[in-house]
Design a protein. Structure first.
Length: 300
């Protein structure tokens, strides 16, 4: 399928597969580097940032087939084999080999994901997922890596991010979402306070992106009538996929609520951002809180 995207959240230890319109296709539990996040060769850490699938290895192998140097050894992993080789880092079933897309961050030189042989790969059933435990790779259940492998073509984008997204009510998330909106809309964009805070927060579903140490870095909301709004990412975090992750989660909430028509008032500079998940402009430009906007609509 065209336009698929993978997002791996290090704090959540999850891998999400989304389609071209942002729709969540699968969410899997994974295990990333026990030593945390990092790009340096020899660090045994999981690299961050934009990547893509460089090569797919292991098509047609049975589940638990052992791979070494990206070739099947002919062995099938069993608990008995594991006892015989207690120090082996088992790479099983399939490999999706990653390459960095950000020169200087995760590509070339001493920070090259591809030359570090960072893979998404199958792992023994006895290995715990949902907690970091690998030597830098992304471990997955064998059935999950087979399912993922069969769906994603080479060059599928893979973002490895250091935030997770929470969804909830204003009572649950307001204390986190409020300060982000205050910073972005009131301080930065000079939206009058009395316009920023309205009666719709209490009845909306909210999403908040949470970075390391529990810090809120972005937010958005979905009204009961299918209106998406208040999308805001802290300035230092823009352009790193936070907005997209928030939007994906709002689309998931809308789909769960059975909403088939979503509407938003986009600041004109952000129209491209919403277009990228299937929103289209409708009607003329108008002013709201002193900022030019367009109405945009997305049908499911
Ligand atoms: N115009 C066009 N495309 C944009 C864009 C913009 N203003 N902002 C992001 N994009 C694209 C990115 O290039 C990216 O595409 P890619 O993955 O193909 O490269 C995609 O949209 C997702 O970008 P992402 O990094 O997730 O966006 P972000 O975290 O910077 O969040 C906003 C986007 C608009 C929420 C953020 O810039 C923001 O908070 N701005 C200030 C508040 C604001 O204006 N809110 C919008 C109210 S309508």
């Amino acid at each position: 399928m065209d336009g698929l995207r993978i997002r791996i959240s290090l704090p959540r230890q999850t891998l999400e597969l989304h389609d071209r319109r942002g729709r969540l296709l699968h969410r899997y539990l994974v295990s990333t580097g026990a030593k945390g996040a990092g790009e340096q060769s020899g660090s045994f850490q999981t690299p961050r940032g934009r990547h893509l699938i460089r090569a797919k290895v292991g098509a047609g192998e049975t589940a638990n087939a052992v791979l070494r140097g990206r070739r099947p050894t002919g062995e099938i992993w069993t608990p008995e084999l594991a006892v015989q080789h207690p120090n082996r880092d088992w790479i099983l079933t399939r490999i999706l080999w990653l390459s960095g897309r950000e020169p200087g961050r995760n590509r070339l030189g001493e920070v090259d994901t591809m030359r570090r042989y960072i893979y998404l790969h199958g792992t023994p059933d006895s290995v715990e997922l949902g907690v970091p435990g690998s030597h830098g790779c992304v471990r997955m259940r064998n059935a999950d890596i087979i399912e993922l492998f069969d769906q994603v073509p080479a060059y599928t984008p893979v973002d490895i991010v250091e935030f997770g997204v929470e969804e909830g009510t204003w009572t649950e998330l307001g204390a986190l979402a409020g300060p982000v909106r205050e910073r972005v809309f009131v301080d930065e964009q000079h939206v009058p306070k009395e316009m920023e805070w309205d009666e719709y927060d209490a009845v909306s579903r909210h999403v908040v992106a949470i970075g390391s140490e529990g810090k809120a870095i972005g937010t958005g909301r979905l009204l009961p009538d299918g209106h998406i709004g208040r999308m805001a990412v802290l300035a230092d975090w823009r352009g790193q996929g936070v907005g997209r992750a928030l939007l994906d989660r709002l689309l998931e909430a809308a789909s769960q609520a059975g909403m088939d028509r979503l509407v938003l008032h986009a600041q004109t500079h952000a129209c491209g951002f919403y277009r990228s998940v299937g929103f289209v402009e409708e009607g003329p430009e108008f002013m709201e809180a002193g900022i030019p906007h367009r109405m945009m609509v997305r049908l499911s």
